[in-house]
Ligand binder design. Structure first.
Ligand SMILES: O=P(O)(O)OC[C@H]1O[C@H](OP(=O)(O)OP(=O)(O)O)[C@H](O)[C@@H]1O
Ligand SMILES: O=c1cc[nH]c(=O)[nH]1
Ligand SMILES: [Mg+2]
Length: 225
């Protein structure tokens, strides 16, 4: 079963997704390996979304030899991918291999870690740039961010995505690693969202980092500290 239901979220259980995540968790995996791993994970997750969330339909096709019935994925042209800068960039590169004709949106969001966490554990989020395509009823919208920790970033992002837009057919929040707190928060604030992740980790540490996690995804992918 490639996608399993766990509490309020769905988990991508493809063996290659688990293998790839284990490789990028490894502290010895340097920038290039880390970034390539995130690209690969995005591609696998894209294929799993097609398999688990989209339908196929029969279509007449003409091979060089004779007409026959084939199957086509419905709605492949109605996919919107939203890239939450910056750590989602390699993840989205992989998703685009599954959805090459996706319309794309970009939201630049970052946790203000210097300001510290509020009493409820959430971070203030700075949003610098928002550019979203028009969202239609028939769309599958995938909001991609490899890390869902406290959920502060994703909730701030979703505020922009749902504002002034119709309810799309699917609104999927896709992450590689999630903390239970973040999944709970997004689920409580946006009940229409389908939460999909490769791993639900144990907990958050005192700095709001996912444990065991993989560290700071943006820093590891962009070689900043
Ligand atoms: O669920 P949260 O507690 O909000 O944490 C998750 C967010 O934190 C990281 O981004 P960061 O702010 O480090 O920015 P970056 O992607 O530019 O590194 C990560 O990429 C998520 O966007
Ligand atoms: O564990 C975490 C939490 C937030 N952002 C990351 O990159 N990693
Ligand atoms: Mg971010």
């Amino acid at each position: 079963m490639p996608i399993d239901k766990r509490d309020n979220a769905y988990v991508v259980t493809h063996a290659l997704a688990k293998d790839t995540l284990s490789r990028i968790r490894d502290v010895e995996t340097e920038q290039v390996g880390f970034r390539k791993g995130l690209v690969k994970l995005g591609r696998i997750c894209g294929y799993e979304i097609i398999d688990g969330r989209m339908e196929t339909e029969y279509a007449e096709i003409e091979t060089p030899l004779e007409p026959t019935m084939g199957e086509r994925v419905k709605g492949l042209d109605n996919v919107v991918i939203i890239n939450v800068l910056r750590a989602a960039t390699p993840f989205v590169e992989g998703l685009l291999k599954a959805f090459p004709r996706a319309r794309q949106g970009v939201i630049s969001a970052s946790r203000d870690e210097a300001a510290g966490q509020d009493e409820d554990g959430s971070f203030p989020i700075t949003i610098d740039y928002v550019k979203l395509p028009e969202i239609h009823e028939e769309d599958t919208v995938i909001v991609a961010d490899p890390m869902l920790a406290t959920g502060s970033t994703m909730c701030a992002v979703l505020d922009h995505v749902v504002a002034n837009s119709v309810d799309p057919e699917h609104l999927i929040v896709l992450s590689a690693v999630s903390a239970p707190d973040g999944l709970l928060r997004v689920d409580e604030e946006f009940e229409q969202v389908d939460l999909l992740t490769v791993s639900i980790d144990d907990r958050l540490d005192d700095d709001g980092f996912i444990v065991p996690g993989l560290g700071d995804a943006g820093d590891r992918a962009f070689r900043t500290t």
